[in-house]
Design a protein around this ligand. Sequence first.
Ligand SMILES: [Zn+2]
Length: 54
Amino acid sequence: MEFREVYCNNCKKVLGRYNIKFYTEDKISDLLKTTHVKHVRNGHQVSIRKFLKN
Ligand SMILES: [Zn+2]
């Protein structure tokens, strides 16, 4: 299974992993504006990377 992993470089932690089947890139950017907005507002560098899991 393939996931998109939202990672905060400042907090050095994974904020969430989202199955690409259910989460499009648009949905992920929505999450960055809602669920993870605190990091973005604090000027944290949030990156989205691919994560593979069997
Ligand atoms: Zn952060």
